[in-house]
Design a protein around this ligand. Structure first.
Ligand code: PMP
Length: 404
């Protein structure tokens, strides 16, 4: 039996008051809260083993290096990657996508096609536009429908031998749609295209198996899975990581440097130039262990209950429209109330201690599709409760009364 009160006790921030009211934190899509074990692990790193990694002969450096590499193994196991050198530490999803997009510049030529989806976050659009500008490749977009789902028949039509890489999110941050990535990956490989999955919004809710998915790249951010900010992961299939050139030059990523020619270190170091976020990398392993101790089966089952309850309760409100009505959805509810700007609702309910995201959620093409300036987004995590949803719904009703 999933005991949410026991889980909540792990998160010190959740017992805080904000603006004099108990905090209701429904902005988990932006970043998750951190359990005490993660907070303690950061402190423990700096109190006990802080040193630079991979280069020192001294004891602390070796302890820090070991902890960093243990965390890489934890992440390898978590994603079911074949090799631990397929796990590249990054600063987050954005960095991982830029690394791959930048690398593809050496592989593409004018006339090639890069496929993105209509449901992407800006960080999975703009780096590919840079790539197309650099190479003369064309950006092709898989369209979406009114339910906020990708139109897969159109994907089939757009896919061709010209398609070199497809980049799509596992779960949409703005609408919560779970995309049919298994199908996309299979079809893409049929024409020899690589596939990058943006797992920023999926990793808080499920445990991806990169070998079963057979994706070529999978990226995510630590801060959305109960870990610290400033650290993330790029998984890449060994063959692809060998094919791509390094992203940044510097220390750690070289085998030998002379002024005439530099050779690069082997994987994963080829993509890890400079001193990394050492504590972040180590503590991300702690966060992943914590999520697994809760259990992703428990997480998804409970969050689906919250989604169902929240959807039902919000639908009581007159003039409320929910965007993203796919049957395959994570615990995200994006909505508007007729005649009211999302920002105004967000501001009023903040005064009542409730944190939601308002605006375009870094996904302006989705907002343009629905012809709206933005939405109010409530995104639930496994530490939220139905009681919090009740408080939220009453607050939204109050805001609606005040504003209409
Ligand atoms: N992709 C998606 C789907 C996201 O939700 C986010 C974060 N909101 C990002 C990419 C970017 O992640 P980060 O800012 O952690 O690099």
């Amino acid at each position: 039996m999933f005991d949410v009160q026991k889980v909540r006790a792990d998160f010190p921030i959740l017992s805080q008051k904000v603006n004099g009211k108990p905090l209701v934190y429904f902005d988990n899509g932006a970043t998750s809260q951190k359990p005490q074990v993660v907070i303690d692990a950061i402190s423990k790193y700096y109190s006990e083993i802080n040193a630079n990694i991979h280069r020192g002969v001294h004891t602390l450096s070796q302890l820090a290096t070991d902890a960093y590499e243990v965390s890489r193994n934890t992440i390898q196991n978590h994603l079911n990657a074949k090799y631990n050198h397929e796990i590249i530490f990054t600063s987050g999803t954005t960095f991982g996508i830029n690394l791959v997009a930048n690398g593809f510049a050496s592989l593409l030529k004018a006339g090639d096609e890069v496929m993105v989806s209509a449901l992407e976050h800006h960080s999975n659009i703009v780096p590919w536009q840079f790539l197309c500008e650099k190479t003369g490749a064309k950006l092709v977009v898989i369209p979406m429908n009114e339910k906020g789902e990708l139109v897969i028949s159109e994907f089939d039509n757009l896919l061709s031998e010209k398609t070199k890489i497809i980049t799509v999110n596992h779960i949409s941050n703005a609408l919560g749609t779970v995309n049919p990535i298994e199908y996309i990956i299979k079809k893409a490989h049929g024409v020899g295209a690589a596939v990058l999955i943006d797992g920023a919004q999926a990793t808080p809710h499920l445990r991806p198996d990169v070998q079963a998915l057979n994706c070529d790249f999978y990226v995510f951010s630590g801060h959305k899975v109960c870990g610290p900010t400033g650290v993330g992961v790029l998984y890449g299939k060994e063959e692809w990581l060998r094919k791509l050139p390094p992203y940044q030059g510097g220390g750690e990523m070289i085998a030998e440097v002379t002024f005439e020619k530099t050779t690069y270190a082997d994987l994963p170091h080829k993509f890890e130039a400079g001193t990394p976020n050492i504590s972040g990398g180590i503590v991300l392993g702690t966060a992943i262990d914590y999520m697994n101790s809760i259990g992703f089966d428990n997480i998804v089952a409970y969050e689906q209950e919250l989604l169902e309850y929240g959807t039902k309760r919000l639908q009581e409100i007159e003039g409320l429209t929910i965007y993203g009505t796919s049957e395959n959805k994570a615990s995200v509810i994006s909505f508007n109330i007729e005649g009211i700007h999302p920002y105004d609702i967000g501001t009023i309910i903040d005064k009542l201690g409730i944190a939601v995201r308002t605006g375009h959620h870094c996904a302006q093409p989705i907002m343009n599709f629905f012809n709206i300036p933005g939405t109010i987004r409530a995104s639930f995590a496994f530490y939220n409760t139905k009681e919090e949803i009740d408080i939220f719904v009453e607050a939204v009703k109050k805001a609606q009364m005040m504003l209409s």
